[in-house]
Structure formats: C-alpha cells, structure tokens
Design a binder for this molecule. Structure first.
Ligand SMILES: Nc1ncnc2c1ncn2[C@@H]1O[C@H](COP(=O)(O)OP(=O)(O)OP(=O)(O)O)[C@@H](O)[C@H]1O
Ligand SMILES: [Mg+2]
Length: 271
C-alpha cells in the first residue's frame, strides 16, 4: 500500500485532468505541455493549461502572454493564448522576484488554481508540473481527481532513472500513467538528414515497455522548438502545426478515453 489516500475532487466542467511530470528537470515538460495543449486545441478540443511550477513558471513566456488575470468575485478568469485557457503563478508574481513559499501556502495556491479559476467546460486541462516528486506534485495529485499522468524523459540513463521514480510516485498515489514521452530523442544532421543520437536512442521506449506503461512518442531535438518557446510562438501554433506533437496529442486523447473508461469500470465493480 502507498501513502494514505485522501478524498480527491473532480474539477467541475473538466473532463480530463492530466499532469505532465518528469523526474529530472529541464527535459521539456513545459515545452511539451504548451505544444500539446495547442495541438489539442487545434484538434477541436476545449483545452486549458495550468502552470503548477510556482518557483519557475515558464508558461507565460512560452505562450507569449503575461497579464494580470481578472477576478470576478472570488473567481479568477484565466487568460487565453492560441486557443488555450491559462493560469500561472507568473501572472500573479511577474518579473524576476523569487517565491519562497512552502507547505500549506503552496497547497492553498494549488487548490485555488484548480478550484477557484473559472476554467469553464474543458475537454482537457493539462498541468505542467515542476520537476521531481516533491510537495507541489503531491499536493496536486492528492487534491484533484486526475485522469492520469504523462511522464517526460530524455533517452539518457540519468533522466530515465528519475523518470522511473516519477512513475512510481504516480502509481503509489494511484494516478494512472497515460504514457511516457521521449523528448530530445535525436538531432537531425543538417546536411546528411540522418539522426544523431546525442543521448543514446530508444531508451524511453524500452523503459516504458519494461515498466508496462504506454509509449506516446518521441520528439527530435529541434532548434525551432527552442526558438518557438523562447519567443512565445510555439511551433505547434505555426502554420500547419507540428505533426509530431499532433500525433502525440492524438495518442494522449486515446489513452485518456481508455483511462476514464477503466475508472468507471472500477467504480462500478467496487459498488
Ligand atoms: N525537443 C526540443 N528541441 C529543442 N529544444 C528543446 C526541446 N525540448 C525542450 N527544449 C528546450 O530545452 C529547455 C528546457 O525545456 P523546458 O523548459 O520545457 O523543460 P522543463 O522540463 O519544463 O524544465 P523544468 O524542469 O525546469 O521545468 C528550453 O529552453 C526548451 O526550449
Ligand atoms: Mg518547466
């Protein structure tokens, strides 16, 4: 048995609540969250993105928006960019001032982000988690009823070692793993157009198989992805979008449907 399970609440109006996590920092969670959210919106899904990285909120920069959100009474109105509803600590604490909150205050703000933001009717609400298996992650996944989690890794063994810990954390608190995504899988040689395997190749897929979790796809290390993030114009928002992100978004949709189906079956069986 894992830690004691408090009652988890669904967010009214939100069909799928999905956490994007990793063990190791800097593997591309925010990049993926932003591009997957935009891809889901482009596929016609009503989508939101909650930036749960209170200490290093990068979603405003990557989504090209940073304004103070409006409040209506006790409710906060999310901002919107590229068709995605957004909430981030960066909107409330702009600039380079560090937040030094801990424990209960952190828990309070997470629960406000989930339950006091006017998310409205959403098909998908993605949560961009900070790296690791700390307070914020636990606070969120123990407060809200998650459809499941996606774990991002790079192919290197150090990233995979930490990804396995992240998967174990989600499993201990009974959050289904929707799948693993391998980012920065390879770099395309600029002239030969052949893949250069900077961090080794295929480690994410092998690790997913070994742990019995789905593999949702791999993404190349691509300077355009980095530039898109740094300039607030994510590649998925450009022209026809980015097909690699769109493929992963479609697999994520299919896995979410399965996970929700499985949860209903479990509830019926337990009754
Ligand atoms: N596939 C990619 N190709 C090129 N650059 C990438 C790719 N994925 C991420 N990056 C870049 O790598 C850096 C780290 O990515 P990102 O901030 O998304 O990681 P993170 O896992 O959210 O980090 P943290 O753990 O600090 O929250 C960013 O500058 C981002 O633009
Ligand atoms: Mg991040």
């Amino acid at each position: 048995m894992g830690p004691q399970q408090p009652q988890k609440q669904p967010i009214p109006g939100v069909k799928n609540l999905i956490a994007v996590g990793s063990g190791k920092g800097g593997v591309g969670k925010t990049t993926l969250s932003v591009n997957l959210a935009i891809s889901l919106a482009r596929l016609g899904m009503r989508t939101g993105l909650l930036d749960a990285d209170v200490y290093g909120p990068n979603v405003p920069l990557m989504m090209g928006i940073n304004e103070a959100p409006r409040a209506i009474g006790e409710r906060i109105v999310p901002l919107e960019s590229y068709g995605v509803k957004l909430m981030s600590m960066g909107f409330l604490n702009p600039g380079d001032k560090a937040l030094i909150w801990r424990g209960p205050r952190l828990h309070g703000v997470m629960s406000q982000f989930l339950f006091s933001v006017e998310w409205g009717e959403l098909d998908y609400l993605l949560i961009d988690l900070p790296p690791g298996t700390g307070d914020v992650q636990l606070s969120l996944i123990q407060t809200a009823a998650m459809t499941g989690a996606v774990v991002v890794t790079t192919p290197s063994e150090v990233a995979l070692e930490d990804a396995r810990k992240a998967i174990d954390m989600f499993q201990q608190v009974r959050v289904p793993i929707l799948g693993m995504i391998e980012n920065m899988s390879y770099l395309e040689h600029p002239e030969l157009k052949t893949p250069l395997d900077l961090f080794g190749r295929g480690g994410g897929k092998r690790a997913a198989q070994a742990m019995g979790v789905a593999f949702l796809g791999e993404l190349a290390l691509d300077p355009q992805i980095r530039i898109g993030g740094d300039t607030g114009k994510p590649v998925s928002s450009q022209g026809k979008g980015n097909s690699a992100f769109e493929e992963i978004a479609k697999r994520l949709m299919a896995r979410s449907d399965e996970a929700r189906g499985a949860r209903k079956t479990t509830i019926v069986m337990e009754e």
